[in-house]
Ligand binder design. Structure first.
Ligand SMILES: [Zn+2]
Length: 106
């Protein structure tokens, strides 16, 4: 691919340089290749998106997050990571429906 691009740049510079001058043709080809490479990398980053996080269904455990400041409760249906959500700028506390903390961290 690199050899093809280098050959393309050389041929394009020679052909364009014959009509528009080699200095201007060189700048044009360099800009074209730069935009092409940046665009190709951007497209590549879209195609190779990060994989979906592993989500576990924990709706049967009766887990909920409680805000210790204002009392807001959020029931946990699916868990993907261990970081607790924040409310009133404080991390929320994880408890079970019956008020006890869970046996194992979710
Ligand atoms: Zn709150």
């Amino acid at each position: 691919m690199k050899a093809f691009l280098a050959l393309f740049a050389l041929v394009a510079t020679l052909i364009l340089g014959y009509f528009f001058g080699y200095f201007r043709a060189g700048i044009a080809v360099a800009l074209f290749l730069g935009i092409l490479i940046i665009g190709a990398r951007y497209l590549e980053s879209i195609v190779t998106a990060p994989p979906e996080p592993e989500v576990a269904d924990v709706s049967g455990y009766g887990l909920k997050y409680v805000c210790t400041i204002c009392g807001l409760e959020l029931r946990v249906e699916k868990a993907a990571k261990e970081t607790a959500p924040r409310h009133c700028t404080e991390p929320m506390e994880l408890v079970r429906e019956d008020g006890k903390p869970p046996l194992r961290p979710v």
